[in-house]
Design a protein. Structure first.
Length: 263
């Protein structure tokens, strides 16, 4: 089997693979300080990116423990602002094939509602995957997020940004991240995305993250598991925009759960 893997796309929008390269390089900076490993980029150009191949093996419980601890250090590497692109990169951002807004917000709730949920909600409504009643519920939840109901004192974290199980590969040495939508955000968003589509040994990963975060003096804020629906609004909105009606239903249900968290 070749030791490289090349992704190509003839109709790739400008900056598509360059954004992936920049995100991987940004995350790799954290690897040097104990963060999660990322796939190595050999080259990128318009329409292609060549990566070192990951020789996959089934993950072990020890791998899961190490991944959770290392993810703390990736997040702790930080970002310039909520919504900021990888440092030194000024091109477009993407999540999957969809454009992702780059921002420099000082308040997480304003950034998250305006730049990570509402743009994809509009696309989902246009696609017919979210009903009028559901749209009103989702917009109500976003209004409360925008108003600061879930803001806290945490600084922007260095997020993978599309951390579902398909973007976490495992080799003989543990987890390797691929295909990021990297930006500055709230670390709970990456954790919520891991839970959304399932991950091998997920509870071990999360428990190891909690332990490491506490040990490094940056414990997760009380009630973070209850706030998972808040942080799943973004990936659910992305999927509702392009992957069918069931995701519109799930997005509305998450929004209802968000509103239920507010006294």
């Amino acid at each position: 089997m070749p030791d490289t893997f090349t992704k190509t796309r003839a109709d790739a929008p400008a900056g598509f693979f360059e954004a992936e390269h920049a995100g991987l390089a940004w995350l790799a900076q954290a690897t040097e300080a104990g963060g999660v490993r990322v796939v190595r980029v050999l080259r990128s150009a318009p329409g292609l990116i060549e990566l070192e191949r990951v020789h996959e093996t089934p993950p072990t419980r020890d791998h899961a423990d190490a991944f959770g601890a290392a993810l703390v250090r990736t997040h702790s590497a930080g970002a310039a602002a909520f919504g900021s692109a990888p440092e030194g990169y000024d091109g477009p951002l993407f999540i999957g094939s969809r454009p992702l807004v780059s921002a420099r917000q000082t308040r997480w709730g304003r950034f998250y509602s305006r730049d990570r949920v509402l743009p994809f909600l509009a696309a989902a409504v246009a696609a017919g995957t979210v009903t009028g009643r559901e749209e009103r519920v989702i917009r109500s939840a976003c209004a409360r997020i925008d108003a600061g109901d879930f803001d806290d004192a945490e600084p922007p974290a260095r997020l993978h940004g599309d951390l579902w199980t398909g973007n976490v590969l495992w080799d003989a040495d543990g987890a390797v991240l691929i295909d990021p939508a990297s930006h500055g955000g709230h670390r709970e968003t990456d954790l919520a995305m891991l839970a959304l589509f399932g991950l091998p040994h997920l509870e071990r990963v999360l428990a190891a993250y909690e332990r490491e975060a506490a040990a490094t003096g940056e414990p997760l804020r009380d009630g973070w598991r209850g706030r998972v629906p808040v942080h799943q609004l973004h990936p659910l909105a992305v999927h509702a925009a392009g992957h069918g009606r069931p995701y519109g239903v799930a997005l509305a249900e998450a929004a209802e759960a968000v509103l239920a968290l507010i006294p």
